[in-house]
Design a protein around this ligand. Structure first.
Ligand code: PLP
Length: 390
């Protein structure tokens, strides 16, 4: 049975067109792009074409694109580079709702003696702008903030933050892993110095990412070795995945506007119908500034894990909190930072859509979800209390 896949913020299906362009590089075109001979050397040109396609999606110049192994590597590299190049500046600013790719790395640097400020958010997941302005000081080496949150979809005002940082001459990195391919984004108009993206969130494969570094920004590589990527990221290129990522970016760029509209209409229909048919349900995150594909809903008096298991029986894939933290029963750090009550955090479910999500997928969820919630509430003492049956 084909799943109803609504967990696209965890990872996306590889587009068939992406797989097609990759396959020759696993078979006949296995050369090394750094080789002198034509067999390997010809791959260099293909990698450069992919670089140009990635650059076009975010409005960058191709030479500002560094291929990495994933979004996590891009995030780590950006922060590390800023810190290494400014040994006199020991302060890093980030937020409480970042992905572990940033949050855990900042905690690691804190253990090594850096001062890290984790900015708070309000009950809708919005950044505290005043706290942001006050926290940046002469010791700040870098500010690393996500463009859009993976759990709630909430979008941070990165253009505004970047403007402040430009005036203060502080390096600005954004984790745009969840934004690229979902929102129009142009680094020519966005005052950011570095930006991370990840292939598997936009229908390319896992294990390839990008760090954009604005021309003129000083940069120190994290992975050191050969001369690949102009000495900015050593290691023989992951040619097939890079070429696949180029294709994925080309497709995303061609369909961005229409998909943004279509997917947000599907998401809104799903959300509004569930809110109407499941009492004691709330949206988590600012509904006026969110990714078009994401909804995070709390169904009070039920366990998110129980909902997921029941959805799974119907072939529906969703997530309770972040994919990277599921598997542990720790309540989501994002929802906690927003001050969402524990009863609501425990019943939170994230649905995340993609360009492969159909009307029929949404119909299926709308049909099965209200009875699931009713049944689970009837089973739980809290639920029975809430619906007046005790
Ligand atoms: N940043 C954000 C916002 C993410 O959602 C993710 C993955 O979920 C990452 C970084 C890490 O990307 P990758 O899985 O490519 O390492």
């Amino acid at each position: 049975m084909k799943p109803v896949y609504l967990d696209n913020n965890a990872t996306t299906a590889v587009a068939p067109e992406v797989l097609d362009v990759m396959l020759p590089y696993f078979k006949d075109l296995y050369g090394n792009p750094s080789s002198m001979h034509t067999f390997g050397g010809q791959l260099h040109r293909q990698v450069e074409e992919a670089r140009a396609k990635v650059a076009a999606l975010i409005g960058a110049d191709p030479e500002e694109i560094i291929f990495t192994s994933c979004g996590t590597e891009s995030d780590n590299t950006a922060i590390m580079s800023a810190v290494e190049l400014q040994p006199g500046k020991r302060h890093i600013v980030t937020t409480r709702v970042e992905h572990p790719a940033v949050l855990s790395f900042c905690r690691h640097l804190a253990r090594k003696g850096h001062r890290v400020t984790y900015l708070p958010v309000d009950h809708l997941g919005r950044l505290d702008r005043d706290a942001f302005r006050k926290t940046v000081d002469d010791e700040t080496a870098v500010v690393s903030v996500m463009y859009a949150n993976n759990e709630t979809g909430v979008i941070f005002p990165v253009a505004e933050l970047g403007q402040v940082l430009r005036e203060r001459k502080v390096l600005f990195h954004i984790d745009a892993v969840q934004a690229v391919g979902k929102l129009p984004l142009n680094v020519k108009e966005l005052p950011v110095d570095m930006l991370s993206l990840s292939g598997h969130k936009l229908h390319a494969v896992k294990g390839v990412g990008v760090l954009y570094v604005r021309r003129g920004t000083r940069f120190s590589p994290y992975i050191i070795g050969g001369h690949q990527e102009h000495g900015r990221r050593a290691g023989t290129e992951n040619v097939a995945s890079i070429i696949g990522l180029g294709k994925a970016c080309e497709i995303a760029r061609a369909h961005l506007r229409e998909e943004e509209d279509r997917v947000s209409r599907l998401r809104d229909r799903l959300e509004q119908t569930l809110l109407a048919h499941c009492p004691d349900t709330q949206i988590n995150g600012d509904p006026t500034s969110r990714l078009p594909n994401t909804t995070n809903l709390s169904f009070r008096y039920v366990e998110g894990e129980a909902i997921l298991l029941r959805l799974n029986e119907h072939g529906i894939c969703a997530s309770s909190g972040s994919a990277c933290t599921s598997g542990s029963l720790e309540p989501s750090h994002v929802l906690r930072a927003m001050g969402i009550p524990f009863t609501a955090i425990h019943g939170s479910i994230r649905f995340s859509l993609s360009r492969y999500t159909s009307e029929a997928d949404i119909d299926t969820v709308i049909k099965v979800m209200p009875p699931i919630i009713r049944e689970l509430r009837a089973l739980s003492p809290y639920g029975r209390e809430a619906i007046g049956q005790l």
